[in-house]
Write a new protein. Structure first.
Length: 413
């Protein structure tokens, strides 16, 4: 018996100490410029993946038998996280972004822009989440998470989103606690002057221990955003559509091009300013002066739906490229689309390339030239750099490959 134990012990030591085993990778991305803000990496490195996990980021990794992806001249980052998207697609007429025709299936649009995780922002409420899970979450290769709408019917549009009787903090929190895909609570589109929708969302957020994301405004005369930041939201709650300029919501930049002092104060206190570009919620007249004065968004997101994707917004990379051309550097833009959103939604296993992290990786080229970018009011800003997605890996598998980086040449079988 003792002999057997000693034998097993020695075998285990040999196994663990065997360098051949330790270097056995399934895929190595070689020679790319790795930007992994969580781990403070911003230089040429190799990334080794075994099955569905990142196992090593280092210089000159010996790929051995692994598949090699040559990423010279390209950027390698964690898979992008878009925390404001609309993916509860369906065929119900007049259901807007909750099982309706204006939301979009994620896989058709995410991987081609390096996005591996989306958070559907309020498409489903507690009454419709089961349908969303069955219809979208279970059938998508993209990781789909949810900000559950405080409205039980979700984002059905019209009068449904005005129904205070359908905003039940207790039921919302209960369904949020029961489903790990729910990472926060959404409140949106309410046009009354009551604070109840925001307060009930925060109550649900407290109860389920998740943040609240607020699409604020829609009320004339306008409600005070100062009051929103100081009296209603908590640090960690999210103010989306940060750079909107609407008749029904206070802008964050005043008429003189200055970011309002209480906005700067709110960000310092921990309110998250999210881009949520969308079809009507991003203006250069807000974003350019804000960035010039050093006020950057915490998170960059799309507000993706049929009304934004073919307008000025287009996709996550086009939105990130706008911020690059407005003065954020590449590291900051990547951080606002990977590690920052991961922290905001309390999913700290995502958004980085640490050893042991899930192998969600994006590879980009930086195109140089003359580009035009359009905002929600139809104005253009010119720029000279634009990110393009070359390849996306989700859970260790290549799910998008623009130029065949991962494929052998047809005549070299
Ligand atoms: Zn939205």
């Amino acid at each position: 018996m003792l002999h057997k134990i000693i034998f097993l012990f020695i075998s285990a030591l040999c196994f663990l100490g065997n360098p051949a085993y330790a270097q056995d990778y399934s895929m190595v991305i070689k020679g790319g410029h790795v930007i992994d803000p969580k781990n403070n990496i911003n230089e040429i490195m190799d990334v080794a993946i075994r099955d569905n996990k990142v196992v090593l980021v280092a210089r000159n990794i010996d790929a051995k038998q692994a598949q090699v992806i040559d990423a010279k001249g390209l950027y390698v980052t964690p898979g992008l996280i878009d925390i404001h998207s609309h993916n509860f697609f369906g065929t119900e007429p007049d259901h807007y972004l909750g099982n309706g025709l204006d939301a979009l299936p994620p896989d058709g649009f995410t991987f081609r822009t390096g996005v591996t995780t989306v958070v559907d922002a309020g498409g489903a409420g507690w009454k419709t989440f089961a349908t969303f899970k069955e219809q979208t979450i279970k059938h998508s290769k993209t990781r789909v998470l949810s900000f559950l709408n405080i409205v039980g019917e979700g984002m059905r549009g019209g009068v449904y989103e005005q129904n205070l009787n359908d905003m039940d903090a207790r039921m919302t929190a209960m369904v949020a606690r029961q489903n790990k895909e729910i990472v926060g609570i959404k409140v949106a589109h309410y046009s009354g002057r009551e604070w109840d929708p925001v307060d009930r969302a925060v109550e649900a957020g407290k109860s389920a221990n998740v943040p609240v994301i607020v699409d604020f405004g829609g009320t004339i005369p306008m409600l005070s955003t100062q009051e929103l930041f100081t009296k209603h939201l908590r640090p960690g709650d999210i103010f989306t559509h940060a750079f909107a300029e609407l008749a029904s919501r206070m802008p964050i930049v005043d008429g003189q091009g200055k970011v309002l002092p209480y906005v700067i104060e709110a960000q310092k206190r921990g309110i998250i300013f999210d881009v949520g570009h969308g079809g009507g919620s991003f203006r250069f007249s807000q974003a350019i002066p804000a960035l010039k004065s050093g006020f950057f968004p915490n998170t960059i997101s799309t507000d993706f739906h049929t009304g934004s994707m073919n307008a000025g917004m287009k996709d996550q990379l086009n939105t990130m490229s706008k911020f690059l051309n407005m003065g954020m550097n590449l590291q900051q833009v990547i951080q606002a689309s990977t590690w920052n959103p991961a922290k905001v939604i309390q999913q700290e296993d995502l958004g980085h390339l640490s050893a042991g992290a899930g192998a969600d990786v994006a590879i980009f080229s930086m195109r140089k030239g003359k580009f035009g970018f359009i905002d929600s009011s139809g104005y253009k800003m010119e720029g000279d750099q634009k990110l393009e997605c070359e390849l996306t890996i989700r859970d260790g598998v290549v799910v998008y490959d623009l130029n065949g980086l991962s494929r052998p040449a047809w005549d070299k079988k």
